[in-house]
Each structure stands twice: as C-alpha cells, then as structure tokens.
Design a protein around this ligand. Structure first.
Ligand code: AVJ
Length: 329
C-alpha cells in the first residue's frame, strides 16, 4: 500500500488525498460499510449541493434564508456587538454564502467593524464565494480559510478579537450526537467569554416533509450521493459502476434522524487501484454515506450539556421548520 500511496500523492492536496485514501480503506473494510459525507464536496459535489439548495424539496435553505432575510435585525441584536470594536465573523462551512450575504449587507450598511472569515473544506467553494463578495460588497474585509472544521478550530483559537461564529445550514447534523457534543465542546473552548455562535439547525418534523428533501424528483440528491463513488473513480483510480448502485434515503421520525445509503444492486467486486485492493459488495449491501440529524430544544440542550455555552435566543422561520439559535459563551 505504501508505494501506491506515495505514487498518487498530488502536489495540491497531499495530506487531504492520503486522508481520503485511508478513510476509504477503513470505511469499505468495515461491516457495515461506510464513507464520510465530507467527501461529497469536491468541485462536482459543490455544484450538485448548490443545485440541492435550489430544489423545491430542499426546504432547509429557504427556511434559514427566510430568517436571515426577514429577521436580520433581531439576529444582529441578539449578537450584542459593540459597534466600536472590531470583531471576527467566522463561518464554518461557508458554501455559497447565500444566507450570510443578507447578514453581511446589514452589518456593512450599519457600519459594524469586522472581518469575514469563511471556512470551508472546499477551496473551490471559497474561491467562488470570494469572487462574488468582491463584486457585491467591495469594501468587505475577507480572509478565507480552507480546511476541515476540527482542524481549523486550532487556528481560530489564536485570533485575539471578539468572535461571532456562524455554523449554519444544519451542517452540525452531519455529526452523530456524540461527535456533535465533542465538536461543540471544542468550539466552545476556542471562544472567549461573551463570544457568540449562531447555530442553524433543522427542526424535527414529519417524514412527508423531510424525506423528499433527500429524495428529490429530479434525482439531484441521488447524483450527489453517487458522486462519492465517482470521486473514488477519479481520484483513487477505482472502477465503480455508478449504475450498479442505488440511492437510498431513510428517515426515522421519532428520533429525527435522516440517513443516506448507497445500495449495491448486484453481487460485484470493485477495484481501487491506488489502494491496490479489491472490495466485494453483495446484492443489497449498503454503504452508509450520511447522517442528517434534526433537532429540538432538548436534544440541543443535551449536546451543549458539558460546554460553557448557553442558549440566548432562538429565531425561527415563518413555517417553523428551521431554527437559528444564538449561543453565548
Ligand atoms: C449540508 C449537511 C446540511 O444534511 O441536509 C443535502 C447535506 N445531503 N442533501 C444535509 C445534504 C443531502 C446537508 N447539510
């Protein structure tokens, strides 16, 4: 394995690429098989996710946009920012910034002093965001940061100014509760007293609303899920036949947990050249690719239990589908 690992390292993302390899090896050697949803987001995956955010079934983005567009003043009020002090506005998983732009425009108009620091795993998404912000808000001070949330927190910790952290879009929902507790604890420990977090989470609701968001008519979510196989073909020289797998989303309404799987349609063997290995899939075998957790107040309390964070405010959209919580350290 060592030699083939070395051979394929590409200069741009050395560590990332070898992490991908190690994670694929681990996930496809496990029973049941799994792959991390963070690997959806390459250039193709980013574009598919933008399409997802624009689909009628994917209510999450519209609901949170409703809050950012129509409750901007309440949101900024909840953040308790002193207009005379410089602060850092850090967004974890910034994506295309559609919702955040509403907040940025407001802060800009009201003469708040701040630097916007969008963090994303995708350099491609950051480049697109920086370009569009330079056009729309030419005076905005921006510093992009590429990386995994967990790793980026180390850098954020050393920033001296007061901070507002945006963690929107129910991105936290890709973590299971145990991981979310650890993450929020780590996040809390990177903050100073009175720093704020805006945590956007999807609220538990019925299956007839949630499931279509992960199983749209046009099949965009299916392509998004399959992109993880396509990405292994591209980057790890694998030979996955995308037609030999189906997209299978599930939602448990009592727990409020949506999950996505890829299911092998047939008995098959796939070769991943870069790992110098083959993997067997039996008919109907699943690969778990994503969890999209939904929340309520008590689940959130449980996740924040051992942190120094307190819920200061809760803003919801007009349909009560989604909530942005303001947390105070
Ligand atoms: C970006 C993690 C919030 O789980 O709803 C959308 C990703 N996956 N459709 C979500 C996603 C399938 C999304 N998050």
């Amino acid at each position: 394995i060592e030699t083939s690992v070395k051979k394929t390292i590409n200069s741009e993302s050395k560590t990332f690429n070898s992490l991908f390899k190690m994670d694929v090896l681990k996930g496809l050697s496990s029973h049941p098989k799994f792959l991390s949803s963070k690997y959806f987001y390459d250039k193709k995956g980013d574009a598919l996710f933008v399409k997802i955010m624009n689909m009628p079934e994917y209510y999450l983005t519209n609901s949170e946009y409703d809050i950012f567009k129509n409750k901007t003043e309440a949101l900024v009020h909840g953040l308790d920012i002193n207009k005379n002090t410089d602060f850092d506005l850090i967004e974890l998983g910034a994506g295309d910034g559609m919702k955040t732009k509403e907040l940025l425009k407001y802060l800009d108009r009201e003469n708040y002093q701040f630097t916007f620091i969008p963090v994303d795993i995708s350099q491609n998404a950051l480049n697109n965001l920086e370009t569009s912000l330079n056009e729309e808000l030419p005076h905005l001070s921006i510093e992009t940061k590429q990386g995994d949330y967990f790793h980026v927190l180390e850098d954020i910790k050393t920033l001296p100014k007061p901070k507002v952290i945006l963690f929107l879009g129910s991105n936290i929902g890709n973590l299971n509760d145990d991981q979310a507790r650890k993450f929020m604890l780590k996040l809390s420990n990177t903050l100073h007293k009175n720093d704020k977090i805006v945590l956007g989470i999807d609220l538990i609701k019925s299956e007839d609303i949630v499931l279509p968001a992960y199983n749209d008519e046009q099949g965009i979510t299916k392509q998004f899920n399959l992109n993880i196989l396509a990405r292994m073909n591209r980057e790890l020289d694998a030979d996955f036949d995308l037609n030999a797998f189906t997209h299978s989303p599930k939602y448990n309404e009592e727990e409020g947990i949506a999950e996505s799987f890829l299911v092998s349609k047939i008995d098959q063997t796939v070769r991943i050249k870069v790992l110098d290995m083959t993997f067997n899939f039996y008919k109907n075998e699943t690969i778990h690719t994503e969890i999209s957790r939904k929340y309520n107040d008590s689940i959130l309390e449980h996740i924040l239990e051992h942190t120094d964070l307190n819920v200061k405010d809760k803003l919801t959209d007009s349909k009560n589908y989604f909530a942005d919580y303001i947390l105070n350290k």
